[in-house]
Design a binder for this molecule. Structure first.
Ligand code: F6R
Length: 614
């Protein structure tokens, strides 16, 4: 939530910062702003409500010169999204400008200290309190900016990634982080700063991930210095980025979401590459291999996640219990972290997160660590906070996911969970060798089967037109397809703003069936599996009450076809991996309904891609 960018070097800072903000806009788009220090060492701040494009329009008449600057795109926490609450924020004397991603929890306390000392405030934000507090510390302690930031942050409770610039000093940016991500890119005679590597990759692949309670002293023509809050100097650890620029472009698609849906056959290939052997007979997940004893002795697995990743976790529960016979509990990270859960040292905690930055999931990981559990991360963003906080794990390797609605990350997570379950099952000997090989064959067939589903794009687009103006939707599934139903409903509600609920099909008769009438579209996932007949009965119950059924069925199905109003066929797939193909038509249906409604598919209202606040 919130994206921050910074630049210092020989180029004009403004174009670098604006481009960076566009790349980070998925993190929030309530307002945008920039602070630049011009040739004459003046500090200029421009900011406005709305998207980065609004900022560009606004500054067109202003001086945007300068080779140092910081910029911000906001997802509002404290204070409504308006011009005043937009970042950067000035200090009282307007000699400092600061951008911030995170939440300062004790800002009321700090604000009172400042009010008592005659400070006044323009905005309702915790961020303005922080920049004023830094200036107050700087003046009262008579120290330079780096020391002021250091002293001030020792008093701060909460999460932050910040960058500060100072009038009269065009040669320096001071940045710091705790629990919110921050990356410094090292170019030739220039530095870049950002919430993630996407604004940096165009210029350099050499990056340093700033760690918690570290301050980056970024000075023109000097090496990068990292000093922690307690004044200990650290050697910057330089990493080489693996990402490519083309992964960050739309590649001819109208939206990132459609591009990412269509990428799935390839992202699954990337996800299983090097993990399933070329003969297609064995799975090797190194995180499990290296910790074989842990998995052999595990008494229980707890999976923590949020949103779409939580839906993937539910599928993981089915897979692990079914194939490995280890009890699994799936927890919303936000509940788990606050409810004093029983966590034992022989538990394995799996944390699933696309961004690797979700604040609640990170806190759940920290809690599990305090209780001595072994922690396995399933993340997409390489080097992200959760990936680094876990003992080991597996990246899903699906490439940057830019659309706010998660699509390819979901199928990547389910694929990693499938490989994880197969690997553990093999070690624990809870799976017959022939069945193990059969399942590996099925998993290897997923990309081709996804391709066949994607060929029905035009048909799904036509179908979407019938339902564009529906006010509610129900999604039904059973067994492995129940989490797929939850995920289908989430996709629809978040991008089209249509109310949608996912339900286990058999639960309908315990209440929700009262909602069914001719106005209620019901998406029923009824692929051929061990409870196919039961699902058919549930569809019959809906039809008897005149509900309109859109069914996802296995190719060649005739029974459901005779019952349902509309059918979308998916290739036959063993039930353990069914959501990997049944998810695709649901993603496309949600996408086209949102497009028909004219909604901003890639940046739905009120949402942000990386939820770094709790
Ligand atoms: C929905 C969506 C969110 C995320 C959730 C967790 O499409 O994207 O529900 O799944 O915010 O995010 P990560 O996986 O980054 O922890």
């Amino acid at each position: 939530m919130c994206g921050i960018v910074g630049y210092i070097g020989k180029r004009d800072a403004y174009p670098v910062l604006i481009k960076g903000l566009h790349r980070l806009e998925y993190r929030g788009y309530d307002s945008a702003g920039v602070a630049l220090i011009s040739e004459d060492k003046e500090l200029h701040v421009y900011k406005t409500k709305g998207k980065v494009a609004n900022l560009e329009q606004m500054v067109s008449q202003h001086d945007v010169s300068g080779t140092v600057g910081i910029a911000h795109t906001r997802w509002a926490t404290h204070g409504e999204p308006n011009d005043v609450n937009a970042h950067p924020h000035y200090s009282q004397s307007e000699s400092l400008a600061l951008i911030h991603n995170g939440i300062i929890e004790n800002y009321m306390l700090l604000k009172q200290v400042l009010l008592d000392n005659g400070y006044t405030f323009r905005s309702c934000t915790d961020t303005e309190v922080l920049v004023q507090f830094i200036e107050y510390v700087k003046k009262t302690n008579k120290v330079d900016l780096r020391h002021a930031v250091q002293i001030a942050l020792r008093e701060v409770i909460g999460a932050y990634a910040i960058a500060v610039v100072e009038r009269g000093n065009p040669d320096q940016i001071i940045a710091a982080r705790k629990s919110s991500p921050l990356v410094v890119g090292i170019g030739k005679d220039e530095f870049f700063l950002a919430s993630d590597a996407t604004p940096i990759i165009e210029y350099t692949d050499q990056v340093v991930y700033i760690k918690d309670e570290e301050i980056a002293v970024i000075r023109r023509d000097e090496p990068l210095r990292i000093i922690n809050l307690h004044d200990i100097e650290k050697t910057p650890e330089i990493h080489t980025l693996e990402m490519s620029l083309s992964q960050l472009e739309k590649g001819g698609y109208p939206h990132f979401m459609l591009k990412e849906i269509n990428e799935q056959p390839q992202t699954i290939v990337d996800c299983i590459r090097g993990r399933i052997n070329v003969e297609g007979t064995d799975v090797i997940l190194s995180g499990v291999l290296d910790n074989r004893e842990r998995f052999l002795n595990a008494q229980r697995i707890i999976i923590v996640a949020c949103g779409t990743s939580w839906h993937a976790a539910l599928i993981g529960e089915h897979l692990i219990e079914d194939l490995c016979r280890i009890p699994v509990e799936v927890e919303y990270a936000s509940e788990f972290r606050y409810r004093n859960p029983v966590i034992r040292p022989d538990d394995i905690v799996i944390a699933i997160s696309q961004s690797g930055e979700t604040a609640d999931t990170l806190a759940a990981v920290e809690l599990a660590r305090e209780h001595g559990a072994f922690i396995y991360g399933i993340c997409n963003v390489i080097g992200s906070s959760i990936a680094r906080a876990t003992d080991t794990g597996s990246y899903i390797h699906v490439g940057p996911e830019i659309g706010v609605a998660s699509t390819k990350a979901f199928t990547g997570q389910v694929t990693v969970l499938s490989m994880l379950a197969l690997t553990i099952a093999k070690y624990r000997q809870t799976i017959a060798p022939e069945y193990y090989r059969e399942l590996i064959g099925e998993l290897s067939s997923v990309p081709e089967k996804m391709r066949r589903v994607l060929e029905q794009d035009a048909q799904i687009r036509d179908l979407s037109k019938i339902f564009t103006y529906a006010h509610n939707f129900i999604y039904l599934g059973r067994g492995y397809n129940y989490p797929a139903a939850l995920e289908g409903a989430l996709k629809l509600k978040e991008i089209s703003y249509i109310h949608a609920e996912g339900y286990p099909a058999a639960e309908m008769k315990h209440g929700p069936i009262a909602l069914i009438d001719t106005e209620m579209p019901v998406v029923a996932i009824a692929t051929t599996d061990s409870i196919y007949e039961k699902t058919i009965s549930n569809i019959q119950e809906i039809k008897a009450r005149k509900g309109r059924v859109i069914a996802i069925v296995t190719e060649g199905d005739t029974i459901v076809r005779n019952l349902a109003d509309y059918c979308i066929e998916v290739p036959r797939m063993v039930e353990n991996f069914a959501p990997l193909v049944s998810a695709i038509p649901l993603q496309l249906l949600a996408y086209y309904i949102a497009v028909n409604k004219g909604a901003n598919v890639d940046q739905p209202r009120n949402l942000a891609k990386s939820v770094t606040v709790e």
